[in-house]
Design a protein around this ligand. Structure first.
Ligand code: NAD
Length: 341
């Protein structure tokens, strides 16, 4: 039996990962440790087997709480917990430094204290900065760190701490760096679910700048399978870039969603660009493909269809999220009201 300590497992990717673990391992035990910030949602964990999945509402920056919930026989810590939205980090960076940097160090210390066998850090392609547009350059594991937002800088700092724990103390660590995820249960402050939820209500879709910024999109379950492969087969101390070779301009993403929903493209509304907005992210996932034997299962078309279907079938989930503090956030960010039932 394998024991996992998953942090941030009530968020978008963490909850998908917890579900995947329960599917893939008949006999695993999971402690899902999440502070339930605005982004954490207990509804994301509905229906999970309580015999194998224990939810703990606590903060990764609290060393006593982490140690109290981390068993001696834990096999793996997977650290998803983070402040994850770039725009919020531009408005205020303090929480990002606290959770993403200090919180990661608390977990690394606890892993050593409890003799945890492996520590998996979920990082992002954003630590490598921005690539030139219309170029054939890609991020590789050897690309230099060049974070451009407070969010990316805090995730880069966390990676440095993970590296230091491996180098100095011999902690068995693996880092995965992924591009933009999409799929069920993503908080609609992020571009794709925001565009989708707005379009479903005939609200306009705000697009920063000229809409030509490029992101490398991956279906969330494919990302989670890559994390599982890294967890099982990754080299100690290694970093793996995870991507589905799926670069899209933001405008293309909005158009694809509108076309699929049968809504007019006139719903697209260009708004003032994000400060310091990175132009292009593009990942070379060759190392993960060759060393981990991982490949994405979904194409852009199938992943998008699954995502749209999920949001169509889960209206109450969206409405609940959009009714909470999100309304104030949206108004402050875009200057308009969001439609809720
Ligand atoms: N979403 C993406 O496209 C993407 C891409 C690459 C990497 N990542 C990384 O993947 C991870 C998960 O991203 P996500 O999109 O699921 O984020 P999310 O914002 O949906 O979820 C984050 C979760 O962490 C929890 N959390 C926040 N602060 C905490 C704290 N101090 N203690 C305990 N729990 C805390 C929240 O309650 C929430 O459940 C993050 O580390 C992020 O940097 C995300």
């Amino acid at each position: 039996m394998k024991t996992f300590f998953v942090t941030g497992g009530a968020g978008f990717i963490g909850s998908a990962f917890v579900r995947l673990l329960l599917e893939e391992y008949d006999d695993c035990r999971i402690v899902n440790y999440d502070a339930l910030t605005y982004a954490g949602n207990p509804d994301n964990l509905a229906g999970l087997n309580p015999d194998r999945h224990r939810f703990v509402c606590a903060d990764i920056t609290d060393p006593e709480a982490v140690l109290a919930n981390l068993d001696e026989n834990t096999d793996v810590i997977v650290n998803f917990a983070a402040e994850s939205h770039v725009d919020r980090s531009i408005n205020s960076a303090a929480e990002f430094l606290q959770t993403n940097i200090a919180g990661t160090q608390v977990l690394l210390d606890a892993a050593r204290a409890r003799g945890v066998k492996r520590f998996v850090q979920i990082s992002t392609d954003e630590v490598m900065g921005s690539l030139p547009e219309d170029d054939d350059k890609f991020f590789t594991e050897a690309s230099p760190f060049a974070p451009n937002s407070p969010y990316a800088a805090s995730k880069a700092a966390a990676e440095h701490l993970v590296r230091a724990a491996h180098h100095t103390f011999g902690l068995d660590t693996v880092v995965t760096r992924c591009g933009n995820n999409y799929g069920p249960r993503q908080f609609p402050e992020k571009f794709l679910p925001l565009a989708l939820a707005n379009a479903m209500k005939d609200d306009s879709i705000p697009i920063y700048g000229d809409g030509r910024n490029v992101r490398d999109w991956i279906y969330v379950e494919d990302h989670c399978r890559a994390i599982l492969a890294a967890l099982e087969k990754g080299r100690a101390g290694a970093v793996y870039n995870i991507g589905a070779r799926n670069e899209r301009r933001n405008i293309e993403v909005a158009e694809a969603l509108l076309d699929a929903l049968g809504k007019p493209r006139s719903l697209i509304k260009f708004v003032k660009d994000r400060l310091g907005h990175d132009r292009r992210y593009a990942i070379d996932p060759s190392l993960a493909e060759t060393e981990l034997g991982w490949r994405p299962r979904e194409t852009w078309a199938t992943g998008l269809e699954k995502t749209i279907n999920w949001y169509r079938e889960n209206g109450p989930w969206i409405e609940k999220v959009r009714n909470l503090a999100y309304r104030d956030y949206y108004k402050a960010q875009y200057g308009t009201e969001v439609t809720v039932d």
